[in-house]
Design a protein around this ligand. Structure first.
Ligand SMILES: [Fe+2]
Length: 378
C-alpha cells in the first residue's frame, strides 16, 4: 500500500470496461437492465439462475453482480451472503434487485452484505451512478496488497489497545517522513519511514496486556518480554518483500547511540539511519503526549530533554539538532490524515519552511498549525 501516493480525495477510477453480471430468470428483466446500463459501455454477462451465476463468476472476471431477489435456487440475499463469505469474492459488489418495495426483503439483503438494494423499475441514471461508485470502491480495494492491508490493520489494533496513544502512529509517520525529506533521502526511504511510523511497534501484538499496561515497574522477566517486541515485529513483517526497507526500523528503533539500547546494542552509525530518525519522533511524541503515568511535556520541554539525552551520548547529536530545527512544524494537536500526504507537498512545505528566516523562534500555535496544514497538503 503506497501511503505517500494514496490520494483519498481522488479515488481510483474503475476499469474503463468492467464486467457486470446480471442474474435474473426473466429475459424481460435482464433486457430492461441491460438497456438501463447501456450508456456505461461495460461488458454484460448474463445468468438465469444462481448456479449459472457461480459458473459465470468463476469463468469471467466479474466486477459487480446485479441479482434478482428471487433468482432461482438460492435467491438474491442468500447468493449474496455466500459471495461475501468467500475470500475470493468478499469484496465483489452485489446489488440485489426486488420486484417491488419490501422492507423485509431489503433488510434480508442488507444483512446478507448487499452493497445496494434496488427495486424495479430501476432508475437508469441512479443505478448507473451507484454502479460507478461501487466499481471505484472495488478498484481501490483491488489496488491494495491484501497482506499489507492485514499488517497495517494489525498495527492499528496494537495502537487501539492503548487509548492513551491517540494517533501516535499517524503523528510518527508524519514526523519521520518530514525528517526524511528534510535530509534529502530518496522517496523509497521516506516511504519506509512513513510505513515505519505505523509498523514499528507491531511486535507488541505479542506482549500481554498485564505487561504492556502494568502501572508499576516491570520485573526483569517482564522487561525481556517487552523488549522482544522489536524482534517479534521484524519477524511478523519479514515475510513481505515490499516491507524489507522497513525491517531495520522495526528491529532497531530502540537502539541507543552509546550502544546501551536493544536488541543488538548497536552503537553510533551502526544503527540504521532510518531507525534513528523514527526513534527521535517516537521519543518526542511520547514526551509530548499525556500518558496515565505522566502529563504531557510542552514541545520546548521535550526538545530540551532530547537535547540533554544527546549530550549524555544517548542520541545522534547531529540528527537531534536537525529534528529540533523542524519541531515548530510538528506542534499541533490535530495531526492530518497521513494517507493524504503527497511526497511533493511535503517537500515543498519543508523547502518553504527552510527559507523562512527565524522560523525556529517564531513558534506561535497559529504558525505551527499553518505549517502542518501545508505539510499535509490539506
Ligand atoms: Fe517500540
Amino acid at each position: 500500500m503506497d501511503l505517500l501516493n494514496l490520494d483519498v480525495t481522488e479515488p481510483p477510477a474503475p476499469r474503463t470496461r468492467s464486467k457486470l453480471l446480471i442474474v435474473d430468470s426473466s429475459d424481460t428483466n435482464r433486457c430492461a437492465l441491460k438497456a438501463a446500463l447501456g450508456e456505461l459501455e461495460h461488458e454484460i454477462v448474463e445468468a438465469a439462475s444462481t448456479s449459472e451465476a457461480i459458473s459465470a463468476i468463476s469463468f469471467h472476471k466479474v466486477d459487480l453482480v446485479l441479482i434478482d431477489s428471487v433468482a432461482p435456487e438460492l435467491g438474491g440475499a442468500e447468493f449474496c451472503r455466500m459471495l461475501k463469505k468467500a475470500t475470493a469474492t468478499q469484496f465483489l459488489p452485489v446489488f440485489v434487485i426486488a420486484p417491488c418495495e419490501d422492507i423485509d426483503n431489503e433488510v434480508r439483503a442488507i444483512e446478507a452484505g448487499a452493497d445496494e438494494f434496488l427495486t424495479h423499475p430501476v432508475h437508469p441514471r441512479a443505478v448507473r451512478a451507484r454502479i460507478q461508485a461501487s466499481l471505484r470502491h472495488k478498484a481501490m480495494i483491488d489496488s491494495l496488497d491484501h497482506s499489507e492491508t492485514v499488517l497495517f490493520s494489525l498495527a492499528q489494533s496494537v495502537e487501539e489497545r492503548d487509548p492513551s496513544l491517540g494517533q501516535h502512529c499517524q503523528r510518527l509517520a508524519l514526523m519521520a517522513a518530514a525528517m526524511g525529506v528534510n535530509l534529502g533521502l530518496p522517496p523509497q526511504e521516506v516511504l519506509a519511514l512513513q510505513r515505519g511510523g505505523y509498523l514499528h511497534d507491531i511486535g507488541k501484538v505479542a506482549v500481554p496486556d498485564y505487561i504492556l499496561f502494568k502501572p508499576g515497574p516491570l520485573t526483569p522477566e517482564e522487561w525481556e518480554i517487552m523488549k522482544s517486541h522489536a524482534q517479534r515485529g521484524e519477524r511478523i513483517c519479514s515475510s513481505m518483500r515490499s516491507l524489507a526497507p522497513v525491517l531495520p526500523i522495526i528491529r532497531h528503533h530502540h537502539e541507543r547511540w552509546d550502544g546501551a539500547g536493544y536488541p543488538d546494542r548497536l552503537k553510533g552509525e551502526e544503527i540504521p539511519l532510518l531507525a534513528r530518525i523514527l526513534q527521535l519522533a517516537d521519543i518526542y511524541d511520547a514526551l509530548t503526549t499525556a500518558r496515565p503515568y505522566k502529563p504531557a511535556f510542552s514541545s520546548e520541554e521535550a526538545a530540551q530533554i532530547i537535547r540533554s539525552e544527546a549530550e549524555r551520548g544517548w542520541r545522534d547529536p547531529k540528527l537531534v539538532i536537525m529534528f529540533c530545527d523542524l519541531l515548530p512544524m510538528f506542534r499541533t494537536h490535530t495531526p492530518p490524515d497521513v494517507s493524504r500526504i503527497s511526497l511533493n507537498a511535503l517537500a515543498e512545505s519543508i523547502e518553504r519552511y527552510r527559507k523562512t528566516p527565524g522560523s525556529i523562534q517564531r513558534s506561535s500555535a497559529q504558525r505551527s498549525s499553518d505549517e502542518l496544514k501545508r505539510v499535509s497538503g490539506l
